[in-house]
Design a protein around this ligand. Structure first.
Ligand SMILES: C[S@@+](CC[C@H](N)C(=O)[O-])C[C@H]1O[C@@H](n2cnc3c(N)ncnc32)[C@H](O)[C@@H]1O
Length: 215
């Protein structure tokens, strides 16, 4: 306890330190799916992904989202952590998902040409990378004009009181690998997108669902 209080923000591990996830795979898989899966499923279904759509998921992790994509889409998941991807590979093989592939890659430097995908998604990852603005720019860059971008994440509340309460937990959550103070509007400035919605699936949810169209 004393040790945690005396550690400064500067000496705390950075949110993007992906070895955190390497070490945490078993615990993560026990708890996280119940919380996150339904939210992902609901919002992917709402997009009505068309047949043959090329989809990129950034920060695919262990593949929690993968069974929510229709089999008629062509899905590629990328993540920095090879141990997370190994879990996703097991899932893909077990379910014989021929429409899904995963590859190691840094979200901040996507190795794709501009306008390569019809849909670019990311769930619970943008507050984990070291440069969320760079990741967002990359997601927009690789999305085709007219294509969609879907991001589900915790963003700083627009209510100053709630934001202050959540900010006070920021030191702890940073140690868990993610930040709580990411402002969604700052992330979206000067990007060639039209925000279609930025909502919560229920008022008490900590997570917001951002749907945008690439202009
Ligand atoms: C909280 S997990 C979310 C995983 C998955 N999307 C889910 O909802 O279960 C964050 C993921 O981001 C990945 N990650 C962190 N930094 C990254 C980066 N710079 N590039 C790509 N993936 C990164 C981690 O390895 C981890 O799999």
């Amino acid at each position: 306890m004393l040790k945690m209080e005396s550690t400064t923000e500067e000496t705390a591990p950075q949110p993007h330190e992906s070895h955190f996830y390497h070490n945490l795979v078993p615990a993560y898989q026990a708890v996280w799916p119940a919380v996150a899966k339904r939210r992902i499923q609901t919002n992917l279904t709402a997009l009505n992904i068309p047949s043959g759509a090329k989809v990129l998921e950034v920060g695919v992790g262990t593949g929690l989202s993968l069974d929510s994509y229709p089999r008629h889409a062509d899905v590629l998941g990328v993540d920095l952590s090879e141990s997370m991807l190994a879990e996703a590979e097991v899932l893909i093989k077990k379910n014989q998902w021929n429409h899904v592939q995963v590859r190691p890659m840094n979200a901040e430097e996507l190795e794709f040409d501009d306008a390569s995908f019809d849909l670019v998604t990311s769930f619970h990852t943008i507050s984990v990378v070291s440069r969320p603005d760079k990741m967002m720019r990359e997601m927009v860059r690789v999305c085709k004009p007219g294509g969609r971008i879907l991001v589900i994440n915790h963003f700083r509340s627009g209510n100053p009181l709630i934001a202050r309460v959540v900010d006070s937990a920021g030191g702890i959550t940073r140690r868990l690998g993610w930040r709580t103070d990411l402002e969604v509007n700052e992330l979206l400035t000067e990007l060639p997108i039209e925000v279609e919605s930025c909502h919560k699936n229920n008022p008490l949810s900590l997570f917001r669902v951002l749907v945008a169209k690439r202009i």
